[in-house]
Write a protein that binds this ligand. Sequence first.
Ligand SMILES: Cc1cc2nc3c(=O)[nH]c(=O)nc-3n(C[C@H](O)[C@H](O)[C@H](O)COP(=O)(O)OP(=O)(O)OC[C@H]3O[C@@H](n4cnc5c(N)ncnc54)[C@H](O)[C@@H]3O)c2cc1C
Length: 363
Amino acid sequence: MGLDDLAVEKKRVVVIGGGAAGSLAAKTLQNYADVYLIDTKEYFEITWASLRSMVEPSFARRSLINHVEYLPKAHVVATTAVDLTDSEVLTTEGRMVAYDYLVIATGHMGDGPSTKAEKLNYYQAEHEKISSANSILIIGGGPTGVELAGEIAVDFPDKKVTLVHRGSRLLEFIGERAGKKALDWLISKNVEVILGQSANLNDNSNGVYQTSAGETIEADCHFICIGKPVASSWLKKTTFGDSVDVHGKLMVDANLRVKGHKNVFGIGDVTDIPELKQGYLAEQHALVAAKNVKLLIKGENEKRLATYKPASSALAFVSLGRREAVAQIFCITIVGRLPGLIKSGDLFVGKTRKQLGLSSNVN
Ligand SMILES: Cc1cc2nc3c(=O)[nH]c(=O)nc-3n(C[C@H](O)[C@H](O)[C@H](O)COP(=O)(O)OP(=O)(O)OC[C@H]3O[C@@H](n4cnc5c(N)ncnc54)[C@H](O)[C@@H]3O)c2cc1C
């Protein structure tokens, strides 16, 4: 019997979380099992394209993808999972979704609108906020803050952009040289970067913000670009609580099975896999977990399960506007047009859409 024949067995696979990892896992498994995707929203958002959508709202028409578009054979349940047992997932409305196999891919908690139309409106409003302001304050110097500053500096060079970051350097998730090159690039575009301080958002009367060091920043609007925590706090209160480590990460083994659970997999940013948290790695987790779910459905010996080897030195690209980027490629750090050619034009949107079986463009 080939793997394609397995659909007749109709084992139930539930995937929680429809980000980079969960969407690909559900897509890969939909022909082999009765797949349910539970996600807080009706669509998958290509996270790394979100800052472009703030300066060019129509960009989001391609980077927001309704789950039903790539999951014609699966069930999409747009809600929040709040509890788990060894055989069922409880949703916030009190619905129990039974599973034979479970894939947990909750990454970071999404707090955005639940429909694509609402999210498109959100980007339109963010764009109007940017275009109507003369001065803009960005809070946070991680990838989100740096990419947003880059997008605004390139598309709106006349705006006064200030970026405030509590840490001593930008892009602390990758090497120091990358942070320095991003800093130099932003300064070259007239972005004012204030390091080692935070901005007080509770006291910004008349567009004047105070920093923790007592400096004042004048800005017509602000954007908070602080990384969200991983979405595992709900898991701690379940029977899976022992599988969450002190950092809130879901502990998985080399087969990507959640510690202590033979039929449950963990993939993506929510896991404790010791490597940089990157979407392209989350996608690789999804393929390994999907392969293992198929093998288990087929009744294969556990020894045949695929293993995942953490990336010892991951690649990271941070876009700097439409043409340039800073990249850390193993031990090399480069900034400018060359890394920009790889990421900054299309922000991997066409590639990601194709991976989900969709055309690169929308009509
Ligand atoms: C600015 C920026 C740029 C980046 N650039 C790149 C890049 O160029 N290349 C790259 O590879 N990576 C990049 N990354 C990293 C990449 O975005 C993440 O590694 C990737 O999104 C992780 O995917 P995930 O599926 O694990 O989690 P997420 O993308 O966070 O998805 C998790 C999903 O689960 C849902 N969810 C959470 N809790 C629940 C629940 N209880 N019930 C139901 N649903 C739930 C969330 O709403 C969300 O939809 C970038 C990140 C940022 C912030």
